[in-house]
Structures are given as C-alpha cells and as structure tokens.
Design a binder for this molecule. Structure first.
Ligand SMILES: NC(=O)c1ccc[n+]([C@@H]2O[C@H](COP(=O)([O-])OP(=O)(O)OC[C@H]3O[C@@H](n4cnc5c(N)ncnc54)[C@H](OP(=O)(O)O)[C@@H]3O)[C@@H](O)[C@H]2O)c1
Length: 253
C-alpha cells in the first residue's frame, strides 16, 4: 500500500518529496526490464521523486516509462519529480547547453524539477586522457540559471561540492543553489531528502515504509554522534584534479 510521503519546501517554494528512488544501476549497461519493474513498484509504493543523471544512461528508459504512464492517463507530469544532473565533461557552457537539451529529449519532458551540477571537477578528453578543464563553476552555473529563469528547471543545485566550493558559488550566483546533497540514509526526520536505490520491488516498498514511526530525540542523537567522515564514491577518475572534493576528507584542502 502506498505511504503518504512528506514533502520539504525548497526556499523557492518548490515542494520536494523527502524520499525518492535512486536509479543508478549498471551505468554501462542498464537493464531496461529491471528498471521498468522497479519504477512500477516505486509508483505503487508511493515514490514520486526519481533521481537520475546523464551519467546513469537511463534517462531515455525513464522518459519512455513515464511517457507510457502519462498516455495511460493515471499519472501526469506534475505528479512526479525528476532530478537529473550535468556530467563533468559537459561544463563548458556550449556543451552544457547541448547536454541539457539532450537530457530533456531523453526524458521526454519540457521541464526538469531539479537540475544539478554532478560534481565540482570539470574535465575534458585530451589525447584519449581525461584531464582537468578548469571552467569556473559560475560559468556553468549561469547556464543553469538561464534555464531556471525560463522555467525549464524548477530548481537548480549542486552535488558533491564541498562547503567552501558552495560558498564561493553562492557569492557569485544570482540564483542561489540548494545544497540538495543526496545519498544520505534515513535522515528524513532531520529534514534530509533521501534517494535509496533498489530494483527489488519488496525492498522498494520497505524503503518507503518509514513514515509510520518516529525516532526519539535520544535515538536521533545517537546518529548525530557518528563522526565518521567517509564517502562511498571517491571519483578516482579525476584523482589529482585541483578541485577534487574528496581531498577535503583527506586533509589536503
Ligand atoms: N550525486 C551523486 O554523485 C550520486 C552518487 C551516488 C549515488 N547517487 C544517487 O543515489 C542513489 C542511491 O545510491 P547508493 O549508493 O545509496 O545506492 P547503491 O549502494 O548503489 O544501491 C543500494 C543497494 O542497496 C540494496 N538495497 C536497497 N534497499 C535495501 C533494503 N531495504 N535491504 C537490503 N538491501 C537494500 C540495493 O539492492 P537491490 O536493488 O537488490 O534492492 C542496492 O544494491 C543512486 O541510485 C543515485 O540515484 C548520486
């Protein structure tokens, strides 16, 4: 049975479900059937936020899935919330423009609820090697601002940026980013949006069935006492990049 999902109001008024479905499976070779099953289970369970990225190679799968659902008439575009992200190889403004159009096309939509810069380490390919391409963040952000202002993006934000990188951008940005960092666990009670990934229908249901109980303050405090400073994704492909966010955990910046 579908749970009633709490929403969080962004500072621009946009209501965002506090839990969404993570969709990054095998990014080289996503399994269409498995993902379609997962999306059906997720809708059935009450998920309305779907977190994707150009990198995940599944925007077209999501686009096809929802186009079909909308045709069937039980669901409309405004019932769902789509997050997608600009990959770091597309941060040059003219590349960003192309990548945004391609994402919209693949997702078969004329707007995106939340559009993120996927990470702070822009790169380019030179002689077959991935090398840093130090496009100032603000130059790419300006492209996002343009699409925010014309209504194509309902909100824009950053993913994997360090606090100093966010603060630096905020100083220059016209539209201030929501630090809609993802990948955090059962933090909804602390007002943190979560996007657990599962393609297993039973687990998809389990993961959303968390709004019928409340943790005590003492229980919450225990979570806050965990001081471990770790990341699951070390972005080794841009190891040594001067803007690498993981270095801040290693005490390098
Ligand atoms: N912005 C970024 O840079 C970034 C980085 C990482 C992730 N993300 C987003 O965050 C999402 C989640 O990423 P993640 O790293 O947390 O997920 P993950 O570790 O890739 O996948 C979750 C794993 O947990 C299993 N699982 C899920 N629910 C479970 C349950 N109730 N009991 C037991 N096992 C369970 C899933 O297996 P089954 O499928 O078999 O259930 C899956 O193997 C991604 O899909 C993506 O959308 C974004």
């Amino acid at each position: 049975m579908a749970s009633k999902i709490p929403t969080l109001k962004m500072h621009n008024g946009l209501e965002t479900p506090i839990i969404g479905l993570g969709t990054a499976t095998d990014i080289q070779n996503p399994n269409v059937e498995e993902l379609n099953k997962a999306f059906d289970a997720a809708l059935d369970a009450g998920y309305r936020l779907f977190d994707t990225a150009a990198l995940y190679n599944n925007e077209a799968i999501i686009g096809d899935f929802f186009e079909e659902k909308f045709k069937q008439g039980n669901l409309k575009r405004s019932d769902i919330f789509i997050t997608t992200k600009l990959w770091i190889s597309e941060f040059q403004p003219e590349n960003a423009e192309k990548a945004i159009k391609a994402s919209l096309e693949r997702l078969r939509t004329n707007y995106i609820d939340l559009y993120l810069l996927h990470g702070p380490t822009p790169v380019k390919i030179e002689n077959g090697q991935t090398v840093p391409d130090l496009v100032p963040h603000i130059e790419t952000w300006r492209v996002l601002e343009k699409y925010y202002k014309n209504g194509t993006f309902k909100s824009i934000g950053l993913s994997n940026f360090t606090i100093p990188q966010i603060q630096d951008l905020i100083k220059q940005a016209e539209i201030k980013p929501h630090n809609l960092q993802i990948l955090l666990r059962q933090m909804t009670q602390r007002g943190i949006i979560i996007i657990p990934r599962s393609t297993n229908p039973k687990r998809i249901h389990e993961n959303i069935n968390i709004f019928n109980f409340t943790l005590t303050d003492n229980e919450l405090k225990k979570f806050l006492e965990i001081k471990e400073n770790t990341r699951n994704f070390l972005w080794d492909n841009v190891e040594g990049h001067p803007w690498h966010f993981v270095d801040s955990l290693r005490g390098k910046n």
